[in-house]
Design a protein around this ligand. Structure first.
Ligand SMILES: *Cc1c(COP(=O)(O)O)cnc(C)c1O
Length: 332
């Protein structure tokens, strides 16, 4: 099977770029949802701990349980709030508030313009009252920006609305609340010094998704995907390769099979011309194999998900999160 290398130095390098921006390791919550964006949940949790981070963000309780020994606090984005002194739960709706267990630690998500999740502004007072009535322990108020990585002013109006929310929450007498709305792109674009916390995902893994016009902070990809040679053969001109015989050899050539396929989370579609470095994938991707004109025993499939993502008409996030958890990961 293919394998993944996790570059510890690059990960630490990226984290340091953000520590410089926020001023403290304690103000960074590393986002480890979806198997740490495909990098491997436990590996990245452990590395985050070794770096000195104390906070994480995951999708559900199952993920939190498997890594909670590494962190002081974990924010869970999409699960029912239960009582656990180390976990807080994002509340996305009034129903979430009603379902939360008494005494659980919660963070209220506000819809400041993305219109995906969160309490709308005109529900804010009701939500806060309900949280008080139900004896929930309100630790934070949060929001999410929809266009932080796009060349527009939308980030600024969302930020402005969130400031109104902050003032309202404070005005209503809630104390010691942490307010947070910044993801990677927001943190790269805006001043972070006055933030209580940033929720750092893709940036930690080495991708600065801002358009080129911004003064770009260089980040270094952490993950590289590799495959091993399974077999090699001589193919004669006009012989056809793989399922459906879709690829027709234009000349005599040496072709090897490598142990990566759609079963590993590699996208199968033939609609794109995908290049492994400079080598095109020949014919269809099988469940466990691809064919390349190479004899290398070990081949680098990619170390920059953005390049592959462009060829596949998607985003780095999708390329990374699809990588199967069964692929062996090694830290280098
Ligand atoms: C995934 C996620 C993040 C991290 O976003 P990046 O763009 O990867 O930094 C932050 N906040 C919430 C609520 C998320 O779901």
């Amino acid at each position: 099977m293919a394998f993944i290398k996790i570059d510890r130095d690059n990960f630490f390098y990226n984290l340091n770029q953000f520590v410089k921006r926020v001023g403290s390791k304690d103000k960074i919550a590393i986002v480890l949802k979806d198997n740490a964006y495909g990098h491997g949940l436990k590996i990245m949790a452990k590395l985050s701990y070794e770096f000195g981070l104390t906070q994480a963000v995951v999708r559900d309780i199952r993920e939190a349980k498997s890594i909670d020994k590494y962190f002081k606090h974990i924010l869970i984005l999409g699960d029912r709030a239960v009582v656990n002194s180390k976990y807080s739960f994002a509340l996305n709706s009034l129903d979430d508030i009603k379902r939360a267990k008494l005494g659980s630690i919660v963070e209220l998500k506000i819809d400041t313009g993305m219109h995906r999740n969160g309490i709308s502004l005109d529900e804010l007072d009701i939500a806060l009252e309900l949280i008080k009535d139900r004896d929930l322990n309100l630790k934070g108020v949060m929001s999410h920006n929809r266009s932080a990585d796009e060349l527009s002013s939308e980030l600024f109006w969302q930020d402005k609305i969130f400031n109104l929310v902050k003032n309202r929450v404070k005005f209503l007498g809630f104390k010691d609340i942490r307010f947070h709305s910044y993801n990677s792109a927001s943190a790269l674009r805006l001043n972070c010094r006055n933030q209580d916390l940033i929720r750092l995902g893709i940036g930690a893994y080495g991708y600065n998704e801002l358009p080129d016009v911004y003064n770009k902070i260089e980040l270094k990809p952490v993950l590289s995907l590799w495959a091993n040679r399974v077999s090699t053969r001589r193919v004669k001109k006009a012989q056809r390769l793989g399922y459906g015989g879709e690829y027709i050899a234009p000349r005599d050539m040496i072709v090897s099979t490598y142990n990566l396929g759609y079963g590993d989370g590699w996208i199968r579609s033939n609609d794109f011309n995908i290049y492994i470095d400079t080598l095109p994938i020949l014919g269809r991707v099988s469940m466990d194999y691809i064919s390349l004109e190479s004899r290398e025993d070990e081949i680098l499939i990619f170390n920059n998900a953005n390049k592959i993502a462009k060829e596949m008409n998607t985003i780095s996030y999708e390329i990374l999160t699809q990588l199967s958890n069964n692929i062996k990961r090694v830290v280098t």
